[in-house]
Design a protein around this ligand. Structure first.
Ligand code: IPM
Ligand code: MG
Length: 361
């Protein structure tokens, strides 16, 4: 049986890092007969240049037809002046909402080999293994009304709407409780219930759901405190669940605990487990085209894709082991480099993973 995988390279470093994930997947496909069939399509700035819009109908159709999607990154200064509705980021947001990929899993795991690369003291981050569950298709990112209007006095006013319906909170809550149940059994829900009504409802629903999960210990934290606790004592957390915007911010913060945002994969899932997989970092236009970006977050995203959408646990683990092996071997891209290690570029890192994988399968 074959599985259709759509590769969306996107912009900036996207094509460079996706190319390395492709090498890894090709090797597994060949050696372990996974039956993966790859297709490619345009999204983001690349799609704007070719078609005038960030999410062409053809891309959306291929995305709907695929069993899983691997995406690089979108956006860059070239398209920054465009109006909001046709910016590259709208391509990504359109995929997320069009495919109802509401459940975003962002694991932040510190590879012991990289304890020195974190900006925090090794004892604070050693052994770190947390999971951020971010709601991805609602909240202030998608709330209506939104825009910039001109008031009667001639002054302009920008506005967005922070809105969550009960069903949206419930479904992301279930994802988070289920994840906590399979991990350390602790779930911390992040809100701003001291100020925002929408998160008062969020907290109420999480408390309600907790009754269905007596084996999971639920706690609540305001987002400002959570931002502080993440750098003060991150190991107190197991699973965190939060809305779209808080999750965006906290996941970048959590990424840095692991040494580099270049290490963090993510999965965005719909109710049926279909998903899009992407590194948590962006298109990094400042280093695009130089061959120095870290491909590991994308390679680890490919592992998540095999695990969550394609039910291929064994090859997923092989990828994760291979990443650990190359770190043991001392290979480091610039973002995770420390004295005495072997500094390599994007392609060399990808090839090192392929070589390690070759030994493991
Ligand atoms: C992320 C990114 C995106 C987001 C951008 C590129 C739209 O920052 O995936 O975290 O804000 O969700
Ligand atoms: Mg982000």
């Amino acid at each position: 049986m074959t599985k259709q995988v759509l590769m969306l390279a996107g912009d900036g470093i996207g094509p460079e890092i996706v190319a390395e994930a492709q090498k890894v997947l090709n090797l597994l496909n060949e050696r372990m007969s996974l039956g993966l069939v790859f297709d490619h399509a345009l999204v983001g700035g690349a799609a704007i240049d070719a078609t005038g819009g960030p999410l062409p109908e053809e891309t959306m159709a291929k995305a709907r037809g695929a069993d899983a999607i691997l995406l690089g990154a979108v956006g860059g200064p070239k398209w920054d002046a465009l109006e909001m509705a046709i910016r590259p980021e709208k391509g990504l947001l359109g995929l997320r909402s069009g495919l109802e990929l509401f459940g975003n899993l962002r694991p932040a795991i510190l590879y012991p080999q990289l304890a020195d690369a974190s900006s925090l003291k090794p004892e604070i981050v050693a052994g770190l293994d947390i999971l951020i569950v971010r709601e991805l298709t609602g909240g202030i990112y998608f709330g209506q009304p939104r825009g910039v209007r001109t008031l009667e006095n001639g002054e302009r006013q920008g506005f967005n709407t922070y809105v969550y319906s009960e069903s949206e909170i419930r479904r992301i809550g279930h994802v988070a409780f289920e994840a906590a149940r399979k991990r350390g059994g602790k779930l911390c829900s992040i809100d701003k219930a001291n100020v925002l009504e929408v998160t008062v409802l969020w907290r109420e629903i999480m408390n309600d759901l907790a009754k269905e999960y007596p084996d999971v210990q639920l706690s609540h934290m305001y987002v400002d405190n959570a931002a502080m606790q993440l750098v003060k004592a991150p190991k107190q957390f197991d699973v965190l669940v939060t809305g779209n915007m808080f999750g965006d911010i906290l996941s970048d913060e959590a990424a840095m605990l692991t040494g580099s945002i270049g290490m963090l994969p993510s999965a965005s899932l719909n109710a049926e487990g279909k998903g899009m997989y992407e590194p948590c970092h962006g298109s990094a236009p400042d280093i695009a085209g130089q061959g120095i970006a870290n491909p590991l977050a994308t390679i680890l995203s490919a592992a998540m894709m095999l695990r969550y959408s394609l039910q291929m646990e064994a090859p997923a683990q092989k990828i994760e082991q291979a990443v650990s092996v190359v770190l043991d071997q001392g290979f480091r891209t610039a973002d995770i480099y420390s004295e005495g290690m072997k500094k390599v570029g994007t392609a060399e890192m990808g090839e090192a993973v392929v070589a390690a994988l070759n030994e493991l399968i």
